[in-house]
Design a binder for this molecule. Structure first.
Ligand SMILES: C[S@@+](CC[C@H](N)C(=O)[O-])C[C@H]1O[C@@H](n2cnc3c(N)ncnc32)[C@H](O)[C@@H]1O
Length: 367
């Protein structure tokens, strides 16, 4: 008998991760939870290695490591790939503590400025100068892993002191009280050390790649299972809400990452009677599903969390359309579990319909 957690609607969001050590090192609005991965692995008897072609900040990968399972992840965003890697490495705690002590003894001073003027406007000057100071000091840390951990702490601190809030898919300017960068940053590193001491993630380190999953070529029949959630149709322009982190630390101009899954075209496709943007989304998803199908071992399963598309005059039922796309490729549908339903509104007042967020379970048949 299938066991569906009562709170599945919460598990498909990142919220439960806020209370999970290491998972909560970087808040990612688009993520799902560690408990979702735990449930999927057990419920569907998922085999390793587990692949996540849209790994975001590494929830699948870290959950697998905690379960002692091998995994591999891809994300097109340099920020997401970086966070995934930093959260899943083995660390020597004494090395982190030694560097932390050196940082405690330093007082930040102005030594230069980030070149990105547009982003600079979103900070109090002194705070951004302090962030720049630590950024340069982090560059001097010898060990690459320790360097990455400190950089992740600084990226998190930067998000906290920036005079913006992430609302829905956009950044809104909002003045914040001037918080001391040193205290926040070193406090974050201290918390990370405590998490590493508390949490035993003894499984294998996952492989993480910054790559476009439409083009990844994995060896045929090399993957045991897939657990993932693709970017949602018409939902979040990933680069704009992370433009501060990308602009300061990854020298990424505001590229349109969303164009990597679903082209920004408007209008309709009369063959499918769908908005062109949705059509492009399913074409792109078809490419990723094909790659995953090839990589899966026969009998391997794919568990995919997908949300419906909310357009001004209609809803697009992504779960059913993705199943159709998957069946064309050769997948067999085992299940579709509706995790939650939300209203799709136009101008915040007119109800267009209801969109579903569903968990799809697909299988590559054994021939
Ligand atoms: C819904 S989020 C996944 C979040 C993840 N489950 C977690 O818990 O962190 C989708 C991710 O897909 C990534 N993405 C978008 N297009 C991509 C592509 N073509 N190839 C790989 N990753 C892509 C985005 O950067 C984003 O991190």
């Amino acid at each position: 008998m299938q066991m569906i957690p009562k709170d599945l609607r919460d598990l498909v969001t990142f919220v439960p991760n806020k209370a999970e050590p290491i998972h909560n090192w970087f808040y990612y609005k688009e993520g799902y939870s560690r408990r979702f991965v735990d449930w999927a692995v057990k419920e569907f008897g998922l085999q390793e290695p587990i692949c996540d072609p849209f790994c975001g900040v590494g929830t699948t990968l870290l959950a697998c490591k905690q379960l002692g399972l091998e995994s591999i992840g891809f994300d097109v965003s340099p920020l997401a790939a970086f966070v995934s890697e930093a959260k899943t490495r083995e660390y020597k705690i004494e090395e982190i503590e030694a560097v932390l002590q050196k940082f405690r003894e330093m007082e930040p001073k102005q030594i230069g400025k980030f070149p990105n003027k547009k982003v600079r406007r979103l900070f109090y000057e002194k705070q951004l100068d302090d962030i720049y100071f630590y950024y340069k000091k982090i560059d001097e840390i010898q060990d690459a892993r320790v360097r990455a951990l400190f950089l992740l702490a600084l990226i998190d601190t930067t998000g906290r002191v920036a005079n913006v809030v992430k609302i829905g898919g956009s950044l809104r300017k909002q003045k914040k009280p001037k918080m001391p960068v040193k205290k926040l940053f070193l406090g974050k590193v201290k918390k990370m050390v405590l998490d590493l001491k508390r949490v035993q993630a003894s499984g294998p380190e996952p492989e993480v790649f910054q790559a476009d999953s439409r083009n990844v070529k994995l060896e045929e029949n090399s993957v045991g299972s897939v657990v993932t959630s693709p970017p949602y149709l018409n939902k979040i322009e990933y680069t704009s809400i992370y433009k501060i982190e990308l602009g300061l630390f990854f020298r990424e101009q505001e590229t349109r990452l969303r164009a990597h899954i679903q082209d920004g075209t408007t209008g309709r496709d009369f063959g499918t009677k769908m908005p062109l943007m949705a059509k492009a989304y399913f074409d792109d998803m078809g490419k990723v599903l094909k790659n995953m199908f090839k990589a899966l071992k026969p009998g391997g399963k794919a568990v995919i969390v997908v949300g419906g598309g909310c357009f001004p005059y209609e809803v697009v039922e992504s779960d059913d359309l993705l199943i159709e796309e998957a069946e064309k490729i050769g997948f067999k549908k085992l299940d579709k579990i509706v995790a939650r339903k939300v209203h799709c509104m136009r101008n915040r007042t007119i109800k267009v319909g209801t969109i579903r967020e569903s968990v799809l379970v697909l299988e590559k048949p054994i021939l």
